[in-house]
Design a protein around this ligand. Structure first.
Ligand SMILES: [Zn+2]
Length: 336
């Protein structure tokens, strides 16, 4: 069992640099993000403007909509501030670090089964050899795996370094954002967005934009953080998922379904994946959740079970069976 995932994959360096970048946005007088960089927003799902505050993290307020229960960030960074900030993204230390994480073999070791499962879910819903558009395809790992299963894939990735990596592996990856890509109507059997929706200022608009590009009966599949995962429910604001600059909406079982239904899609698959156990086990023992995993202070029976790969697998299965996985996976169909 590897015990130092964050160090090995380069995640620790990535998050250290992100934290340095975030500190520059904070007004020391208020402890919040500088007022001229932010705007108040309504609920990205239902447009209501009535919420309960949950917590403040790194200068950002996390709230829950009183109408539809979506967890979101408000006020949030102005799009102009985000763009100015990401303007030299390719040279930004955290971006380079993140690419190192993505290309790292230890990281790919969990990503390969993760994407294979997504391919297997899609394979039950769309025709064999169907055509898939992967929006925000990053280094193209999902596309590679889907192509091995017989699907034809096109990817969109505006970030140049990830795109270059994917192109070098012979994948059809284009630099445009979706609305600038000029894709013909009804040209794809499936559109996938993994780790995309939670970043968007207007997730519902994205679901409307892709509608015409999907074939009638076609499927949209997304993977997003699960706000009520075992890890988030235990760690709350200490969970890494909560990052007010990057993740704007935090979906749960109901709010994610609701978003798709409001946009005219029919939900065809919904479950969770990834246990996220290490951070919880550290936190359980009052240790820093994001340090190397230690089992020393756990009750002996629990420790013995977690040291045994079969015991650990049982715990992880329990988390998934109870829909407490780290990520939600939803596939929804455009009616014929
Ligand atoms: Zn709402």
């Amino acid at each position: 069992m590897q015990t130092n995932f964050d160090e090995i994959t380069g995640r620790k360096k990535f998050f250290d640099n992100v934290n340095k970048e975030l500190n520059k946005l904070i007004d020391p007088a208020t402890g919040k993000v500088k007022a001229d960089l932010v705007e108040q927003v309504n609920c990205p799902n239902c447009e209501a403007n009535s919420y309960d505050p949950l917590f403040v993290k790194q200068g950002f307020d996390f709230v829950r909509c009183k109408n539809c229960n979506l967890v979101y960030v408000t006020p949030r960074l102005l799009e102009s501030a985000t763009l100015a900030y990401y303007g030299d993204a390719p040279n930004q230390e955290s971006m380079v670090d993140w690419l190192n994480v993505l290309a790292n073999p230890t990281n790919q070791a969990w990503q390969i089964p993760y994407f294979q499962e997504a391919v297997d879910i899609l394979a039950k819903l769309i025709p064999a050899n169907g055509k898939i558009l992967d929006i925000g395809c990053s280094i193209g790992l999902f596309m590679e795996i889907a192509q091995k299963s017989g699907f034809e894939c096109v990817g969109l990735e505006p970030e140049p370094k990830s795109r270059e990596y994917a192109l070098n592996r012979g994948l059809d990856v284009r630099p445009q954002l979706f609305n600038d890509a000029g894709l013909p109507p009804a040209s794809f059997d499936a559109i996938t967005m993994f780790g995309v929706l939670e970043h968007l200022s207007k997730p519902k608009q994205m679901l409307a934009d892709i509608w015409n590009t999907l074939k009638p009966g076609g499927v949209v599949m997304v993977i997003v953080p699960n706000v009520y995962s075992f890890a988030n429910g235990t760690l709350h604001e200490q969970a890494r998922t909560f990052t007010g600059r990057n993740h704007l909406s935090y979906f749960a079982w109901d709010t994610l379904s609701d978003l798709f239904k409001r946009s005219g899609y029919e939900v065809a698959h919904l479950d969770t994946t990834l246990a996220g156990l290490d951070a919880v086990l550290n936190h359980w023992q009052f240790n820093d959740p994001h340090t190397s995993l230690s089992l020393d202070l756990l009750p002996p029976k629990m420790r013995a079970l977690l040291q045994d790969p079969e015991g650990r697998a049982k715990f992880e299965k329990f988390i998934r069976d109870w829909d407490m996985g780290l990520r939600l996976r939803l596939a929804a169909r455009k009616p014929k």
